[in-house]
Design a protein around this ligand. Structure first.
Ligand SMILES: *[C@@H]1O[C@H](CO)[C@@H](O)[C@H](O)[C@H]1NC(C)=O
Ligand SMILES: *[C@@H]1O[C@H](CO)[C@@H](O)[C@H](O)[C@H]1NC(C)=O
Ligand SMILES: *[C@@H]1O[C@H](CO)[C@@H](O)[C@H](O)[C@H]1NC(C)=O
Ligand SMILES: *[C@@H]1O[C@H](CO)[C@@H](O)[C@H](O)[C@H]1NC(C)=O
Ligand SMILES: *[C@@H]1O[C@H](CO)[C@@H](O)[C@H](O)[C@H]1NC(C)=O
Ligand SMILES: *[C@@H]1O[C@H](CO)[C@@H](O)[C@H](O)[C@H]1NC(C)=O
Ligand SMILES: *[C@@H]1O[C@H](CO)[C@@H](O)[C@H](O)[C@H]1NC(C)=O
Ligand SMILES: *[C@@H]1O[C@H](CO)[C@@H](O)[C@H](O)[C@H]1NC(C)=O
Ligand SMILES: *[C@@H]1O[C@H](CO)[C@@H](O)[C@H](O)[C@H]1NC(C)=O
Ligand SMILES: *[C@@H]1O[C@H](CO)[C@@H](O)[C@H](O)[C@H]1NC(C)=O
Ligand SMILES: *[C@@H]1O[C@H](CO)[C@@H](O)[C@H](O)[C@H]1NC(C)=O
Length: 443
């Protein structure tokens, strides 16, 4: 189809209704959800979040049904309602998406997802067409960006992950799309949504500022023997002033992960189950690149059935290989001003894990080439609960590659015990750490 006729056809498919500029009740009467606007509390990253003006028109997305690709319907409704509108994905309906949608042109728009948005299982199409986000070979089904965008409505994004879990088990070099790509978004709120069966990470938040995620439910397990892998809840990258709060995450990798250049972020009131913890990193993966993670506040997290509670993972000064599709080391940069305040742990392998030897099990080798990525001003406090049996008598692992690149680590009021009642930590290369925790020196 030619572009002009495509747009004409698309415009015809959107049902556009205009309303008076005075919004809310009128829109709600016609099936639109009210904006949730969950307050950011109790912590706040410090910078203000711009006010999002009320929207003045509504567009309802049509659906063909029967699994036919609704992407044109979605795009046309969004185009009709961009710059001041409210797009409704109706309750009870399933919208099939079989086309990679570039939604980085959004401006002053609300996406009111009450129904289900389900991505097709065409793994060949998505591998060829999902948006490449460069970092860690990440790709996304869609990219949502622009300015002043809100997504809410109580509905579901379904990544149809099973085909991907099974395919990845056969070939771990395939590129599995991330369910929700927030890319280049300047100001927005993503609230009251269910994210299900992501092929890989659930959220990538990249090149974004002033974005709040609140009241999100994340879950999705494999129904075959092939485990759903790398299903991080959120990964932030090159992003500033971000809040992630009031959410429940059942997954199989990092609950939240702060990747390079994540700054001024608050994570609070989360229930994480089955994850790899709240992680800074991995950082320093790419030789010569400068990674910065600073001003992070993590508060009130319940962490169950996880490999870690608080985790900071940095690659060593020279390259190493963790697995066929994960290798790195030699990067530069700094991790600083990181606080983990309040965590309740249950069946977690390590309550705290700080490593500057990520990907390198040979600590002698790691110490020969200390990381050029410093870790400083880290506070971990008010943790309670019990670890798993896995490393008993150890409850944590605090291993830097040299004291010169790792300092001002403060562990306070952490009373976590192992199932056998011990509270021992593996320690190396952190000055003063043995006066804070019960250390067992390694390397
Ligand atoms: C993919 O989805 C189609 C349509 O929903 C279905 O007929 C087909 O069985 C699915 N393929 C796989 C491998 O699950
Ligand atoms: C972010 O912006 C940079 C610079 O404009 C660009 O190179 C990159 O591809 C963008 N996306 C991501 C995910 O980094
Ligand atoms: C990216 O994917 C390519 C091809 O699958 C692979 O060779 C490379 O190691 C991957 N890079 C990372 C950082 O995972
Ligand atoms: C901690 O988070 C839980 C939900 O995850 C919430 O119910 C509780 O109110 C929060 N507590 C505080 C003190 O904010
Ligand atoms: C919590 O995680 C465990 C272990 O990963 C899993 O078996 C269990 O089903 C999860 N619970 C929920 C409610 O998803
Ligand atoms: C991260 O920030 C540092 C310092 O500003 C910069 O040198 C580096 O290029 C940035 N990295 C990315 C991936 O944007
Ligand atoms: C450290 O981070 C917190 C937020 O977590 C922020 O309030 C504080 O200003 C930061 N301190 C410095 C010195 O930047
Ligand atoms: C942790 O896993 C166990 C066993 O799978 C499960 O019974 C429990 O509910 C999980 N905890 C949470 C908080 O989901
Ligand atoms: C670890 O690295 C050191 C230094 O290169 C080497 O001498 C030693 O054999 C290595 N240990 C193992 C178990 O590979
Ligand atoms: C990084 O660290 C390695 C090993 O510790 C060192 O050989 C190298 O010169 C450093 N690179 C930079 C750019 O500082
Ligand atoms: C230690 O942490 C626990 C659990 O968060 C908290 O209830 C208690 O008030 C803390 N104690 C101090 C002295 O901060």
């Amino acid at each position: 189809m030619r572009v002009s006729s495509f747009i004409a056809a698309a415009l015809l498919q959107a049902s556009v209704t205009w309303s008076s500029p005075v919004e809310t009740d009128d829109l709600v009467a016609r099936g639109a959800s009210k904006r949730p606007n969950h307050p950011i509390k109790p912590h706040h990253p410090g910078k203000p979040f711009p006010v999002s003006p009320a929207r003045t028109k509504t567009c309802t997305v049509k659906t063909y049904g029967n699994g036919k690709d609704d992407s044109k319907n979605v795009l046309s409704a969004i185009k009709s309602c961009n710059n001041g509108g409210h797009v409704v994905f109706s309750k009870g309906k399933t919208y099939t998406i079989g086309t990679a949608l570039d939604l980085t042109f959004l401006k002053h728009i609300d996406l009111d997802v009450q129904g289900t948005i389900k991505f097709t299982n065409d793994t060949d199409y998505w591998q060829a067409n999902a948006f490449k986000q460069v970092f860690q070979n990440a790709t996304t089904f869609f990219q949502l960006g622009g300015e002043d965008v809100n997504v809410y409505g109580g509905g579901t994004f379904d990544g149809n992950g099973q085909v991907w879990y099974d395919l990845y088990a056969k070939n771990n070099l395939i590129l599995r799309p991330i369910l929700f790509g927030t890319i280049g978004l300047k100001s927005g709120r993503i609230e009251d949504l269910n994210l299900r069966y992501s092929p890989q990470w659930y959220n990538l938040v990249a090149n974004s500022t002033n974005v709040v995620f609140s009241d999100i439910s994340i879950s999705g397990y494999s129904s075959s023997s092939n485990v759903a892998k790398n299903t991080d809840g959120w990964d932030t990258y090159r992003s500033d002033n971000i809040v992630i709060q009031n959410s429940h995450i059942d997954n199989g990798d990092d609950c939240v992960s702060f990747k390079p250049n994540s700054t001024n972020i608050v994570v609070q009131n989360l229930i994480c189950n089955g994850s790899h913890g709240i992680s800074v990193g991995s950082l320093g993966q790419y030789k010569g690149e400068v990674d910065i993670v600073k001003n992070i506040y993590t508060y009130n997290v319940s962490m169950s059935n996880a490999s870690d509670g608080a985790r900071i993972k940095v690659w060593p000064g020279v390259s190493s290989a963790l697995s066929a599709d994960l290798q790195g080391g030699g990067g530069l940069g700094a991790v600083s001003n990181i606080t983990y305040d309040g965590m309740v742990l249950s069946n977690v392998d390590y309550a705290i894990e700080i490593t500057q030897c990520y990907g390198q099990k040979n600590l002698t080798l790691c110490n020969e080439f200390p990381s050029n990525l410093t870790i400083s001003d880290v506070t971990i406090k008010n943790f309670v609960g019990t670890t798993s049996k896995k490393y008993d008598p150890l409850v944590g692992y605090l291993v830097c590659s040299s004291p010169t690149v790792c300092n001002d680590i403060n562990i306070q009021n952490v009373t976590v015990k192992s199932p056998s009642g011990t509270n021992q930590y593996a320690c190396a290369n952190i000055d003063g750490i043995d006066s804070q925790v019960n250390c067992k020196k390694v390397a």
